[in-house]
Design a protein around this ligand. Structure first.
Ligand SMILES: [Zn+2]
Ligand SMILES: [Zn+2]
Length: 342
């Protein structure tokens, strides 16, 4: 599958991603692991190259990045190692031990990195697939009134598309996202939102499941993995809706769907940024049927199949209970069936 961000082959089938996982971040017999103090400056400003097996311990990769930061004038040499940034591993899995990174397995997120340093990092540090300049806000959060397009981080060099592996009780899901455009979800052993969906499904599979604010599609795809026949995913933000559709394609072989048809391209959706009317992004048919929409969830009722649906509303701001009750009431006035916040 061609990557819409860089044109290369960043996106693989879930099965291919999962097959590589078992020893993907494990060392070979020759791999060395220098454990560095993350709260201290890099001692000696040196770093080791990757092992002959192609992997390198994460701290050594950070030593390499630290030296580039000093040479590029971002660091004076007094900053702690952790100030280099946040490592987002590709594919993201919950691991017990710090990883030995193969080539192309890291997206670096940093509030201080510069464009020239980012170019150098992608050219010189083989483990890094992309460099993103982050800000002190959550990227891709849609203003409920849809008045303003969400803010995003800046991809400075390389590609920031990466996958996360999310365990469910029906098997793992592989969820791709574009890290500068969508908020970061770390795969963990326990995922309360997935568990919340699974508790609902245990009461009996609904005929229709709606993931109305789907983000990159994890909860809707979880319902599909559990065998719900008709699943609808929707998001008003182009990157969320696009990657939801892409993730239907990625996980296709784990589902009872024969074919996936994409109706909108990444560039068409990116041009719109936010959509109010529910535009059909993708459809998958077969024993199960999945549809992905790009629009305001408040308008989704008009395109849902008739009859009751079980709806998950994964609202970004769950703290305002009064507002949540209002939103759930509004939904139930339009769509028969069950609605819950995960
Ligand atoms: Zn890419
Ligand atoms: Zn090795």
């Amino acid at each position: 599958m061609e990557c819409p961000v860089c044109g290369r082959d960043c996106i693989e089938d879930a099965q291919d991603v999962l097959a590589r996982l078992p020893d993907l971040f494990s060392p070979c017999d020759q791999c060395s692991s220098r454990v560095l103090d993350k709260n201290a400056p890099l001692p000696g400003r040196t770093y080791a190259p990757p092992c002959g097996c192609g992997k390198r311990f994460i701290d050594e990769v950070f030593a390499n990045l630290y030296v580039i930061y000093v040479e590029e004038g971002i660091f004076s040499g007094k900053e702690p190692l952790r100030a280099v940034g946040s490592p987002l591993i590709h594919p993201g899995v919950s691991t017990v031990n710090p990883p030995f990174l193969p080539s192309g397995s890291l997206v670096l997120l940093s509030p201080v990195v510069t464009a020239p340093a980012a170019e150098r990092i992608v050219a010189e540090v083989p483990e890094v697939r992309g460099v993103v300049r982050s800000g002190d806000f959550v990227p891709g959060t849609v203003d409920p009134a849809l008045e303003e397009a969400p803010r995003t981080y800046d991809l400075l060099a390389g590609c920031d598309v990466r996958a996360g592996v999310f365990p469910t009780s029906a098997g793992p899901l592989v969820i791709y996202t574009q890290q500068s455009q969508v908020h970061i979800e770390f795969p963990r052993q326990r995922n309360p939102k997935i568990e919340s969906v699974e508790r609902r499904l245990e009461k009996g599979l609904p005929a229709v499941f709606v993931d109305a604010c789907a983000g990159t599609g994890t909860l809707g795809l979880c319902a599909a993995l559990h065998g719900v026949q008709r699943v609808i995913l929707n998001d008003a933000w182009y990157a969320a809706a696009y990657w939801s559709a892409q993730n239907v394609l990625v996980n296709q072989k784990s589902l009872d769907v024969r074919d996936v048809t994409m109706h909108l391209s990444y560039s068409e959706m990116r041009g719109l940024q936010v959509s109010r009317d529910p535009l059909l992004v993708a459809e998958a048919g077969g024993e199960q049927a999945l549809s992905v929409f790009f629009g305001d969830y408040r308008k989704l009722g008009g395109v849902l199949p008739p009859g009751p649906a079980c709806t998950v509303l994964d609202l970004f701001d769950k703290s305002d209970l009064e507002a949540n009750r209002r939103v759930m009431k509004e939904w139930q006035d339009r769509v028969p069936g069950d609605v819950f916040i995960p």
